[in-house]
Design a binder for this molecule. Structure first.
Ligand code: PBG
Length: 341
């Protein structure tokens, strides 16, 4: 093929030097006008770890800058977020007790349910998500009911998850967010909610949740590491994109309202593929390991905080996600407000 300056489709002069892309980047106003993907505080969801007791604000050693909060002190993390423009929260709980079937997950007096009631009452304009899973509540740390030979029993777990979702919905969750990865959980939870007259409560399912090393700091924070084995029989294999997409789209068929993809950056291609396959809202989750990775690079001075946080989270939006769950939500929202001025 000849290398000519006049190359271009339809006989038009569309090649260099007729086209100079840099004309579109000439000054800051123009660059701002032509910005294709925007990140706003409204796109962010802040995860909050709630624990039993009163007066507790306990820094989480594995996640510098993140705390466990007792419900009475939750305003100290929620109000700064709201002031910065964040409207949505995702609750995780440390229960007061654990047992083999994780029954504290559906105990209405436990921290997540209390936090939902409290937040729904005190901040009526917020949108509340509850992580629906068993691993924080089971004595063995797996995401469901165990058989005698130590495997997670899929169908018995659906019952536990449905009870948990119902109890979270009754406490005020707008969305339950099943993160267990059992087959059929979205359908089971949908019919449980509908059967209880809670058809207005949505399901934001962790649809593409990979079996990932990046949940390590969270498992320390939530005390939810499995006491034996791993989660590879239920979470998705990172090297299997077709299997991931099939599994994720099944959640849509079963009645999910939004699909969560995580970990965010290692799954940008997955979000992108899902975006092409469904018009549903997609949510990217910048998980604990990504948080710690960025936080330590920022603390050491290796990365510029503002630029790194913006670039990282914009990439998640660019991949096709409407919303982003991130431990940086408050910090990022402040940054976005400052930039907008
Ligand atoms: C519960 C759950 C996990 C995360 C969200 N929900 C941990 C896991 O699956 O082991 C991870 C969140 C994070 O790393 O920030 N199953």
């Amino acid at each position: 093929m000849e290398f000519g300056l006049e190359r271009g489709g339809g006989g038009e002069m569309s090649g260099f030097p007729a086209v100079r892309m840099r004309r579109l980047r000439e000054n800051a106003t123009l660059r701002n006008m032509l910005t294709e993907v925007r990140l706003e505080p409204e796109h962010l969801i802040l995860p909050v770890f709630v624990c039993p007791g009163e007066g507790v604000s306990e820094p989480i050693p594995s996640m510098p800058g993140v705390c466990h909060w007792s419900v009475d002190r939750a305003p100290e993390v929620i109000e700064p977020a709201i002031d910065a423009g964040v409207k949505a929260f995702l609750f995780f709980g440390l229960p007061a007790y654990k047992d083999a079937d994780g029954t504290s997950a559906f105990d209405s007096d436990q921290p997540v349910q209390r936090a939902l009631r409290f937040t729904r009452g005190k901040y009526p304009d917020t949108v509340l998500f509850a992580d629906t899973c068993m691993c924080e509540y089971t004595s063995h740390g797996h995401c469901g009911h165990l058989t005698e030979d130590g495997r997670v029993d899929n169908d018995a777990t659906l019952e536990l998850l449905s009870k948990t979702a119902l109890s979270q919905a009754e406490a005020g969750a707008h969305f339950v967010a099943p993160s267990d990865m059992m087959d059929g959980r979205v359908g089971a939870i949908r019919s449980a909610l509908d059967g209880a007259g809670m058809s207005s409560v949505g399901i934001a399912s962790y649809a593409a949740k990979l079996a990932s090393a990046f949940y390590g700091p969270f498992r320390d924070a939530a005390g939810s590491a499995p006491s034996f084995g791993d989660r590879k029989s239920y979470q998705l294999p990172p090297a299997n994109p077709r299997e991931i997409i099939r599994d994720a789209l099944m959640d849509a068929e079963e009645g999910a309202d939004m699909l969560i993809v995580k970990p965010a950056a290692p799954c940008l291609d997955i979000a992108c593929r899902l975006r092409a396959r469904t018009d549903m809202p997609l949510v990217g989750y910048v998980v604990s390991g990504e948080y710690v990775m960025l936080r330590s690079a920022i603390s050491s001075g290796a990365l510029d905080a503002d630029r790194a946080l913006l670039e990282y989270h914009i990439a998640v939006r660019r991949s096709g996600c409407d919303l982003v769950i991130t431990y940086f939500a408050t910090e990022l929202a402040r940054l976005l407000r400052r930039d907008a001025r």
